[in-house]
Design a protein around this ligand. Structure first.
Ligand code: ATP
Length: 280
């Protein structure tokens, strides 16, 4: 009953697990805002000296597959924090009180991991925050949801910024409109960072990242692919690059050619129902 699936990154295999901000394509403004907010973990003394209220939560808002999880992981690497990730759906159980218990456990675990890994801070990443953070009373008859959310609020209010390890909660959602307003109040998810679909340049950068280890017939093709993939998320582009490589291999080619990419675009559109608008 108490079991929950966490993803914990151990700092001793940091190099393998952490994402570098440089591996995230086309999210320059989100990265800039996020880095700025992370100064709260990096320079807590200076922040305190200025009398600035410490930051406890950052909310990453945007459509699926745009790199929110990548950003959270990169934030952990950047601040040398222990990282613990969990999905909102993990908290929802039929049994009363289980969700709230899991939330308590999550915060305790984060502190424990930080101490074990000699980190001054821990980042708790809650994906699909809307699943446990929807407006209270909106799940008819589900008092369980409300109790779970209440517990999250209690834990966030209880974060003591003067105590090591410091805790920062990063939430991700594509539905910030349905979040309980209590979550967005000062001292909770104070900062919102928008993580949108990439523009053409962003798409090109993402394609570059995901073809780094792939033999291309001609690098120039990425420019054209970027132009032809309006509405694609980073996750779509990753899948497109992979699909193109599979098509090339199937034909016994040693390099991925333009037509493999073109065919892969259609495959991704058909498979994922990418919402496409005429042109950018
Ligand atoms: P969800 O809302 O569905 O959880 P997300 O925004 O958290 O999505 P990620 O899990 O970070 O998206 O991205 C999924 C995968 O898509 C990544 O592992 C990566 O391969 C690719 N990807 C997404 N965005 C980017 C990006 N900006 N740069 C490089 N790769 C990206």
């Amino acid at each position: 009953q108490g079991s929950i699936k966490y993803e914990v990154i151990k700092s001793n295999n940091k190099v393998r697990h952490y994402v570098d901000f440089a591996d995230i394509g086309g999210q320059e403004s989100a990265i800039k805002e996020l880095k700025e907010a992370l100064q709260f973990l990096l320079k807590p003394e200076e922040i305190a000296q200025m009398g600035i209220r410490p930051l406890k939560g950052i909310l990453l808002v945007g459509p699926p597959g745009t790199g929110k999880t990548l950003l959270a992981r990169a934030a952990a690497g950047y601040t040398d924090s222990a990282f613990i990730a969990v999905a909102g759906s993990e908290f929802i159980e039929m049994y009363a009180g289980v969700g709230a218990k899991r939330v308590r456990h999550l915060f305790r675990e984060a502190k424990k991991k930080a101490r074990e890994q000699n980190c001054r801070s821990a980042i708790i990443f809650i994906d699909e925050l809307d699943v446990l953070g929807a407006r209270r009373g909106s799940h008819t008859g589900h008092l369980e949801y409300d109790q779970t959310l209440n517990q999250l609020l209690v834990e966030m209010d209880g974060i003591n910024p003067n105590e090591d390890p410091r805790i920062l909660v990063i939430g991700a959602t594509n539905r910030s409109d349905i979040l309980d307003p209590a979550l967005l109040r000062p001292g909770r998810f104070d900062r919102q960072v928008y993580v949108g679909l990439p523009d053409k340049e962003g798409r090109k950068k993402i394609l570059k990242i995901h073809t780094r280890n792939k033999p291309l017939d001609d690098e120039e093709v990425l420019e054209e692919v970027a132009r032809e993939t309006f509405g694609f998320s980073g996750a779509h582009l990753e899948s497109l690059a992979n699909e193109a490589a599979i098509l090339a291999m199937r034909e016994g080619k040693e390099k991925i050619e333009k037509r493999h990419f073109i065919e892969a675009i259609d495959k991704v559109i058909m498979g994922e129902k990418v919402e496409r608008r005429p042109s950018e």
